[in-house]
Ligand binder design. Structure first.
Ligand code: ADP
Length: 222
């Protein structure tokens, strides 16, 4: 059986021979390379690349004069390690923004045209001041607001009540915020170099996380 497991930032596919070596070491380790080779009726030299791969990828550990022993984590643990290494920086998408004085009507058009569910409201320099979602638009439709006259600033959720994430956060941390605060999107921000506040540099949404999940399941290194 060929198994595909996540290790570090890459999916590793073990060959049948490597699987066999793992089984032998699991059952009989610590065991020397010589003894493994004997069991497989191969030479120690033939096995060297396989043992190197298994050791470097963390399945096996080797100690001088002791031999190889099983250090491998379960596939679930490896998958967990892999997931914890995914970063916001690598997975963020482009933020779709509007200005505070954009009318609700125009902002709705932007949402349709850009095919997003959340817009970030910014000042010059990309400084984050608000977030507006589909539900905010529904609310303003249910009220008797004049959509073509009302500025988005009136209906948006305003700083400092915005949940954000940073480039160096893990995707897992961002996903946990999406769930905890029950929102669909997080602005990815960094401290503004010129002004007080934070600058929007990306977007993490439930779709971002779903994409990473699908790539993981399909075995494509993300
Ligand atoms: P939807 O309206 O499509 O269900 P959300 O659940 O994300 O989308 O939005 C619900 C409410 O939360 C809206 O009032 C919106 O302004 C606000 N909101 C959206 N994203 C954030 C965020 N990152 N931080 C704080 N509030 C947010």
């Amino acid at each position: 059986m060929i198994s595909r497991v996540a290790r570090g930032c890459h999916a590793i596919e073990l060959s049948e021979r490597q699987e066999t070596i793992l089984r032998i070491v699991k059952g009989e380790g610590p065991i020397t390379g010589e003894q493994i080779a004997e069991k497989l009726s191969l030479t120690r030299a033939t096995l060297r690349p396989d043992l190197a791969i298994l050791t470097m990828s963390g399945f096996l550990d080797a100690r001088p004069r002791v031999g190889y022993f099983y250090a491998g984590k379960s596939s679930n643990q490896l998958l967990g390690d892999y997931i914890r290494k995914l970063t916001v920086k690598e997975h963020k998408s482009i933020p779709v923004v509007c200005q505070e004085d954009t009318t609700v009507y125009d902002a709705m058009c932007t949402m349709f045209l850009e095919d997003v569910g959340t817009l970030f409201v910014v000042r010059e320099g990309g400084l984050l001041i608000g977030v507006v979602s589909r539900k905010d638009f529904l609310k303003s439709l249910m009220g008797s607001r004049e959509l073509a006259q009302t500025p988005i600033g009136v209906i948006m959720t305003r700083m400092p009540n915005i949940v954000t994430c940073k480039l160096d956060d893990t995707l897992l941390e961002a996903a946990a915020l999406l769930i905890r605060y029950q929102v669909d999107a997080l602005p990815v921000v960094k401290e503004s170099s010129s002004e007080k506040g934070v600058e929007v540099v990306g977007r993490i949404t439930k779709t971002t996380v779903t994409k990473a999940f699908v790539e993981l399941g399909e075995g494509t290194p993300v």
